[in-house]
Design a protein around this ligand. Structure first.
Ligand code: GTP
Ligand code: MG
Length: 327
């Protein structure tokens, strides 16, 4: 009886196991016929090692508040290569094409929008990185670049909390730190004070935490120049005000604390409604040249300065903590 019972109980699972294994076999056959296209999604600091372990890579951190124009800046760099050469470069590839396409979608006719837009970047707890490979048209040298594309909310947290800065060791690795200040907010008397003080506070926090320092290349980007120019036509004092901010709040406070501080006006996607004569991507070509060609030489360390980490065994890959992430 007992044997029969066991056999009786066993027959159903056996049938189930048989059907599971036949499904598994079919799935395996299907998987074998799927063409393995590149992933195309954004990298995380960990997966970006796919790029950084192969070749020297520039890491550009694009910081700034919500809607300050960070993603549009990246989308425009990508769009510019659609029409051929941009700055001193030709497009040589990207492992995150899907993300660039996502950023650009709402600015295209295919999105059925009446105005070109950029979708708000979704909140992710980790940094998202976009990859671009460019080739210098004069030297033919190829360069890999990783740009961060993260929502301004993360930079609000970084500005307000040392713990949040420490949660992102990738900040230490940046070759260029670019802070976007929203030209639209600067053009409005009600919002400009906070936009400026938030910008000053984030640079100060990163300097005090020694994340930025004498080795750092910092860009302060005054975005949406078309909106600023339109506002200046209405308010004669605005131009002098903004020029004064550039000197008194950024140049004077920070230029002696970093390796190089550059201040630029850009218009990633000027709106025709602002009667602007600015081209798409105004000011961004010079920026891209600087990001690719200049990098902090002081990051090259003498051998005795290099901290030695214990050799990582295969099993350690599964136990690495956030602090171990170094790219
Ligand atoms: N007029 C004008 N609008 C711009 C320009 N650059 C960006 N914008 C607009 O500004 C808005 C915000 O731009 P995003 O690039 O999404 O800003 P973001 O900093 O990535 O925002 P989050 O991802 O939310 O942090 C979008 O509606 C863009 O179309 C510009 O040069 N001129
Ligand atoms: Mg964004």
């Amino acid at each position: 009886m007992a044997e029969q019972g066991e056999a009786g109980q066993g027959s159903a699972p056996t049938a189930l196991m048989d059907s599971v294994s036949s499904v598994a076999e079919e799935t395996q056959q299907e998987v074998a016929t799927i063409i393995d296209f590149p992933w195309g999604e954004a990298f995380t600091p960990l997966t970006a090692r796919l790029i950084t372990q192969q070749r020297p890579t520039r890491l550009i951190i694009i910081a700034g508040g919500v809607k300050s124009g960070k993603s549009t800046l990246l989308g425009t760099i990508y769009e510019k290569f659609y029409s051929g050469l941009f700055a001193d470069y030709r497009f040589a590839g990207s492992k995150t094409l899907l993300e660039f396409e996502r950023i650009c979608h709402d600015s295209r006719i295919a999105s059925n929008r009446t105005n070109p837009e950029t979708e708000r970047t979704k909140y992710t707890s980790d940094f998202r990185l976009l990859h671009l490979e460019v080739q210098n048209t004069n030297t033919n040298k190829k360069h890999d670049i990783l740009f961060t594309d993260i929502t301004g909310e993360i930079f609000d947290d970084i500005r307000d909390s040392s713990d949040e800065c420490q949660r992102h060791p990738i900040l230490l690795r940046c070759d260029h730190f670019a802070l976007c200040l929203d030209g639209e907010k600067l053009s409005n008397a009600l919002t400009r004070g906070k936009e400026i003080s938030d910008g000053v506070m984030i640079i100060r926090r990163l300097l005090d935490m020694e994340i930025l320092g004498k080795h750092s290349f910092v860009d302060i980007l005054f975005t949406k120049l078309d909106i600023v120019a339109a506002a200046e036509r209405e308010d004669g004092a605005l131009k002098t005000y903004i020029e004064d901010i550039k000197v008194s709040k950024f140049q004077k406070l920070f230029s002696s604390r970093v390796s190089k501080l550059s201040i630029s006006d850009i218009a990633a996607r000027p709106d025709a409604l602002n009667n602007s004569e600015l081209n798409l991507g105004y000011g961004i070509d010079a920026l891209l040249n600087r990001w690719v060609e200049c990098y902090p030489s002081s990051r090259i360390k003498k051998i005795e300065e290099v901290k030695v980490y214990p050799r990582i065994r295969a099993i350690d890959k599964f136990t690495l903590t956030h602090d171990d992430v170094r790219i």
